[in-house]
Design a protein around this ligand. Structure first.
Ligand code: AHM
Ligand code: MG
Length: 336
């Protein structure tokens, strides 16, 4: 009989592969799993909010409905805080980072950076959204409050990263630097089951994902790369297919499974690009590299960039190795 592995079992079984195994990271991942289930449940009810409101049924506290991205932020923050495995948290939803400043949390060795609900503007139209997270070991001494430097570490220092995609099914994908595994949520049982072991992205894909509406603003290298994707050439299977949902986790998840490239470049409207280095690009880059793909800003490996600010934006090129390399060739060739 086929064995069904739950996420909880998998985390425990693989704890020994982690260089600093002490159980803390396992507990932290379990907290993310729990908060993810809560967020998943809230998202599932999103379309009902107006109907319930119209019929006069309010929630038990009589509260007005909160925006889901803020609710997701609160659910992750409170769940992670209540367990004591992290000393602080930075979120796309907050200007500054949170310091968990009591005896238990000051002794914790990890910090988390996250985008609690990415692509949340898509919820109204029933399109998949996601949570993205990233875990680092703090560099400030254990026993003291965390500092900004704990959060401004380059992506190559990540000890774990992952995302939840709330889509036609809900999936949690994560890495601790030992490959990538995906777990699909069974809502009847309330557990995540290993559905995508050892995920690998095809080296050469044929999907390109970019908001082409911004084409006139793109750097010449990106424009040339897009035209190259659209050229006819049987030997490289071109023209490629264009797929862009406008919800990073969903676009990324599809490209990870099928092979493809996601690009959010710099442009005259957004000189640094749109996506955030710490909350979006680093964790997604870690997963993509662990699956055999690549992620850069068009020139430099994303995970080698030295962060300067919590909410820093960077251009993002991420996906199948050969596709990213080809796009980088165009970026090197055309410098304006
Ligand atoms: P958000 O963090 O404000 O939700 O924005 C990030 C989202 C990504 O999910 C998506 O890939 C991108 O913005 C889409 O941007 P655009 O609408 O400019 O193409
Ligand atoms: Mg976001």
């Amino acid at each position: 009989m086929k064995r069904h592995t739950t996420l909880g079992e998998f985390i425990i079984e693989n704890q020994k592969d982690f260089p600093y195994a002490s159980g803390e990271l396992s507990a932290l991942l379990s907290s993310i799993r729990l908060a993810g289930k809560m967020v998943n449940q809230e998202i599932g009810k999103a379309g009902l909010v107006n109907i319930i409101g119209a019929s006069g049924i309010e929630n038990v506290q009589g509260e007005t409905q909160q925006k889901l991205d803020l609710l997701a932020h609160e659910l992750f923050t409170s769940t992670l805080r209540s367990r004591g495995e992290i000393a602080g948290l930075a979120s796309e939803e907050m200007e500054d980072f949170l310091v968990f400043n009591d005896d238990i949390h000051r002794r914790a060795r990890y910090v988390v950076l996250m985008d609690p609900l990415d692509g949340s503007s898509n919820i109204d139209v029933n399109i998949s959204v996601g949570t993205i997270f990233s875990v680092y070991r703090r560099i400030s001494p254990v026993g003291t409050p965390v500092t900004l430097q704990d959060f401004l570490q380059p992506g190559n220092q990540q000890v774990a990263a992952g995302y939840l995609a709330y889509g036609s099914s809900t999936i949690l994908v994560y890495t601790t630097g030992n490959g990538v595994n995906g777990f699909t949520f069974d809502p009847g049982i309330g557990s995540f089951f290993l559905s995508h072991p050892d995920m690998k992205v095809p080296e050469e894909g044929n999907i390109y994902s970019v908001n082409e509406g911004n084409y006139v603003h793109f750097p010449t290298g990106v424009k040339k790369y897009i035209k190259w994707c659209q050229d006819v050439d049987e030997s490289t299977n071109r023209p490629f297919t264009s797929r862009y949902i406008g919800s990073l986790v969903a676009d990324f998840h599809r490209n990870l499974l099928k092979g493809g490239i996601y690009i959010y470049p710099q442009g005259t409207k957004l000189p640094e690009g749109k996506l955030r280095l710490l909350y979006e690009c680093n964790p997604i880059a870690f997963i993509m590299e662990q699956a055999g793909g690549k992620a850069s800003d068009g020139h430099t490996r994303i995970m080698d960039l030295a962060p300067e600010a919590l909410h820093q934006r960077v251009p993002f090129f991420c996906g199948s190795k050969k596709m990213v390399e080809k796009a980088e060739d165009f970026m090197a060739q055309f410098t304006n």
